[in-house]
Write a protein that binds this ligand. Structure first.
Ligand code: NI
Ligand code: MN
Length: 225
């Protein structure tokens, strides 16, 4: 699978026959001058929680691509009322899609829409496809639940927020990688706004010094598993 960082907490995951976009936030990202929303293709749009920096471009992208949304029940209901189709999940549930299996897992965060309406409880996804499993944490604090994810799945990659302030920072992300038993981490949710700017060199070194690896991609850069 090929994973492309589209800025902030937005990812594109290309599988053999399907393209997934996670948490589309392209048009409002002040750091993005690389990715055009209108160029993106998607079969599925995965949404971890309702905050605007994860949902701003959901409607536009869904209308442009005809993609199916996958998120918690409340978020799917919200977009269903606007005529956008989706697949509702809730915490602890797994489902076998045509591209692979997703488990929706809990996150320690909040999840309101921009207008204050209820966006259910926030989550993350564990994607198992093409013989590999990856964890997409969404916005979350460090939580002991990550030990459960690490014992249930042999993770090839953990995609973790590292920007601090609204989520865990990179020090807690290292601890998360240990709980997850996964020493390859892709960092996201950093630098987009002043509150979450990080020292890249210090973050990468901190992981290296503790026998782990943190990758921080430029917008538009990819890694392949
Ligand atoms: Ni959030
Ligand atoms: Mn966020």
């Amino acid at each position: 699978m090929k994973i492309t960082f589209l800025g902030h907490a937005c990812l594109q995951i290309e599988l053999q026959d399907s393209t997934l976009i996670i948490d589309p936030f392209i048009s409002g990202n002040p750091k993005n001058n690389t990715i055009q929303l209108s160029d993106l293709k998607a079969d599925y749009i995965l949404i971890t929680h309702a905050h605007q920096d994860h949902t701003l471009d959901v409607e536009a992208l869904a209308n442009q691509t005809g993609a199916t949304l996958i998120s918690n029940y409340e978020i799917i209901t919200h977009y269903g009322a606007k005529g956008i189709q989706g697949h509702p999940m809730n915490h602890g549930g797994s489902y076998e899609f045509d591209f692979g299996e997703l488990k929706y897992v809990n996150a320690i965060h909040s999840s309101s829409f921009a207008d204050g309406s209820y966006g259910g409880q926030p989550g993350g996804f564990i994607l198992s496809a093409e013989g590999k499993s990856i964890y997409i944490a969404g916005d979350t604090a460090l939580t002991y639940d990550m030990k459960l994810f690490g014992s249930a799945f042999d993770l090839s990659l953990a995609i973790l927020p590292v920007g601090d302030n609204f989520t865990m920072g990179y020090v807690d992300a290292l601890k998360a990688s240990q709980f997850l038993n996964c020493n390859r981490v892709l960092g996201y949710h950093f630098d987009t706004f002043g509150y979450i700017e990080i020292d890249h060199e210090a973050a990468v070194k901190y992981f290296l010094d503790h026998g782990s690896s943190l990758e921080l991609l430029e917008i538009g850069e990819s890694l392949t598993l």
